[in-house]
Design a protein around this ligand. Structure first.
Ligand code: ZN
Length: 391
């Protein structure tokens, strides 16, 4: 009976939409909002003491009503209002990245929608007969105005998800319907590399199942977050040969819907938005030394973090966004977090708290001047400047 219940609930939980009214945890009778607020205050105090001990100029402030960035960190996101200047007429916007020209590039689903009818219980895409999306799905925007500079990607994709642009301006895309990840060279319509089998979900090294995103190291190694069904990260050589599966063997790590990835090469870590575990976790990327490392994953988790949908690394700082989440009986604020991966701490949160609804992905510009966030419902793209010091 329990197995049947899980089988029925899982497909409902695993698409990109809002989880209205679904509480994951049973509610102990003695847990209420007062308890939770006390817990937050203790956490704040603990972080403050830690900060003093470390002689760091960082504050951890938990205040969901605060309309402006509430942390003192190296770079703080500041909303660029009235951007984009025009209505982009977007479908569900699932992916965002920034190219080497500092232009944001977004990946959207046009008239296609991922909902409870999209996949069967075996993760097969049910609407293949519709054909690929006939509109352009990849839009390059002007960083100043938000206007569309270039459109691409029609008649290729069925259910867009992740978009990553690497150091050489190659575009990496995941399509959850096709169960594949693709590498496109700039201005090429044919993929140079394809991972996974077309419309075939699977869990061996040649198959993917609803892959979510890709990260690429400056040395060329490829990390694919796979994804909604397999909850693993696959590492490949630059030519696409499988190197490693994370977690594997005796690694002390369990992922649940790895939804987004960000490499911090200076720490040799591949950070993961471990969505349904409500945390960010950073196992070793093993870029420097491919012998199996005994290094434990870095783990960043706070009671108000919720389901982490997107992460972007700026230096060794991670900017994360969560989505609608419940802890005990409380709905958590939808917001951004500033994270020190190395110290395994949240060092700040940021908004606009009242405006975010369903953030799905986040990206930083290579020159670290800007952050972009895309949302599904409303279908929207946000721009933030990254500014120094406390606002
Ligand atoms: Zn998603």
């Amino acid at each position: 009976m329990a197995t049947k219940l899980v089988a029925v609930l899982l497909p409902l939980l695993c698409f990109d939409g809002v989880l209205s009214g679904v509480a994951f945890n049973s509610v102990p009778a003695n847990i209420n909002s007062d308890f939770y607020n006390d817990f937050r205050q203790l956490l704040k105090l603990s972080a403050s003491l830690h900060s003093k001990n470390e002689n760091q100029k960082r504050n951890y402030i938990v205040d969901s009503q605060q309309p402006t960035p509430s942390a003192s960190a190296e770079l703080i996101p500041q909303e660029v209002e009235n951007w984009p200047e025009t209505d982009l007429n977007l479908g569900q916007v699932s992916g965002v990245s920034v190219n080497i020209h500092q232009q944001p590039v977004i990946f959207h689903r046009a008239d296609r929608v991922w909902d409870a009818s999209t996949f069967d219980y075996n993760n097969n895409y049910k609407h293949r007969n519709l054909g690929p999306i006939s509109s352009h799905t990849v839009l390059t925007l002007d960083p100043q105005t938000g206007r569309i500079l270039k459109e691409w990607g029609k008649n290729l994709f069925y259910m867009p998800h992740g978009l990553t642009i690497d150091h050489h301006n190659n575009m990496w895309i995941t399509d959850v319907a096709r169960h594949q990840a693709f590498k496109f060279r700039a201005d090429m319509n044919e993929p140079e590399l394809i991972f996974g089998q077309n419309f075939e979900p699977g869990d061996d090294n040649d198959h993917l199942c609803k892959p979510t995103s890709v990260a690429v190291a400056s040395t060329g190694e490829i990390f694919i977050a796979d994804g909604y069904c397999n909850s693993r990260i696959l590492k490949f050589t630059a030519l696409g040969h499988h190197m490693r599966t994370i977690p594997s063997g005796n690694e002390c790590l369990s992922l649940s819907v790895p939804h987004h990835t960000a490499l911090i090469e200076s720490l040799d870590r591949i950070c993961v938005a471990d969505r349904e575990n409500k945390r960010v976790v950073c196992p070793s990327a093993e870029l420097r030394d491919n012998k199996r490392s005994s290094t434990q994953p870095l783990t960043i988790q706070t009671p108000d973090m919720g389901r982490v949908f997107g992460i972007a690394a700026v230096g060794e700082i991670i900017y994360a966004v969560n989505g609608p989440s419940f802890t005990f009986d409380m709905q958590l604020p939808v917001q951004g977090f500033i994270i020190s991966a190395e110290n395994e701490t949240v060092i700040g949160d940021w908004g606009p708290f009242e405006k975010f609804q369903n953030p799905h992905a986040i990206a930083a510009s290579p020159n670290t001047s800007s952050l972009y966030i895309v949302e599904i419902g409303p279908n929207k793209v946000w721009k933030f400047k990254l500014v120094h010091g406390k606002q």
